[in-house]
Design a protein around this ligand. Structure first.
Ligand code: HSE
Length: 291
């Protein structure tokens, strides 16, 4: 039997649209993520359980992963799969990427890894692209590799950073949230984003956490998406005034992320976030990087 856990991830992080993401785990309480087990069976079977199983409908991406794995490898051996869906879909914390990573890693490992890492990654990108309306790696790669990743390069993270994730309990489909983005941006905006991302990486390598966080800004994507998340901007402004180093939409939203280097400020922010997420039964957690 093979069992694979795939963690929640926060993508974009303001400064790295479609290229930067981080795997996160709550400081207290159980990990957030999906678990896939694969075992021997006489006939293919998929069972889906977990807190968010009810949100899934139609053919599961895990089944599609198995079909595509078979097309790629010629394997026809039946398996019993069990997906424990531990993440809400359309939440902005990499729910689809977690299912895709758990599925491809577990199925491939169960059969002795006939797909090498590049082939496995290509299959993950294909499945994620189908679900979200465009291939983007910023959830997949941190989910697969752990840590803070700029594409597949792992970046150093200041040890004193505490991350807040606040999911307000409403659903926003990534496909729709990508469709509202501009197809082109002004040269000046592109230059500013590229410069900020480069300086962000440099600041992390120099151990300048506050400088790195100051560079985590997004004047392109967030202004298009923020109006679709009630109360997001008000909470973000409040957290920034209370000492957050950076805050923004996690992935395509509606989850808000914020970063602190002061635990007391983070705990105060958690209380504010819990009030924001309560009306629609969302959740808020202080997290650490899952490496
Ligand atoms: N980079 C992707 C987007 C992440 O913002 O559309 C989706 O979670």
């Amino acid at each position: 039997m093979v069992r694979v856990f795939a963690p929640a991830t926060s993508a974009n992080l303001n400064v790295g649209f479609d290229s930067l993401g981080v795997a996160l785990a709550p400081l207290d309480g159980p990990a957030i993520g999906d678990v896939l087990t694969v075992e021997e069976a006489v006939k293919d079977r998929l069972e889906v359980t977990g807190s968010y199983a009810h949100e899934l409908s139609g053919t599961n991406i895990v089944e599609k992963a198995l079909w595509r794995f078979r097309e790629l490898t010629g394997n026809t051996t039946p398996v019993a799969m069990h997906l424990e869906k531990g993440m809400p879909i359309g939440s902005g914390i990499g729910s689809s990427a977690a299912s895709v990573v758990a599925a491809v890693v577990a199925i491939n490992r169960y059969f002795g890894s006939p797909l090498d890492l590049d082939a496995a990654k290509a299959l993950m990108a294909e499945l994620e692209g189908e679900l979200s309306g465009g291939v983007h790696w910023d959830n997949l790669l941190p989910c697969l590799l752990g840590g803070l990743c700029l594409h597949d390069a792992k970046l150093p993270v200041p040890e004193n950073w505490v991350w807040l994730l606040a999911y307000p309990g409403i659903r926003l489909e990534t496909k729709a949230m990508r469709a509202i983005l501009p197809k082109e941006i002004a040269l000046g905006q592109a230059v500013a984003q590229a410069s900020n991302l480069g300086r962000f990486v440099d600041a992390l390598y120099r151990g300048e956490g506050r400088m790195a966080a100051k560079l985590m800004v997004d004047n392109v994507v967030e202004p298009c998406r923020a109006p679709l998340v009630p109360g997001f901007l008000a909470l973000k402004d409040k957290l920034m005034a209370q000492g957050a180093l950076s805050s923004g939409l996690s992935g395509s939203g509606p989850t808000l992320f914020a970063i602190f280097d002061n635990l007391a400020a983070a705990q105060k922010a958690l209380a504010d976030a819990q009030r924001w997420v309560a009306p629609h039964n969302g959740f808020a957690h202080l997290c650490r990087v899952d490496d």
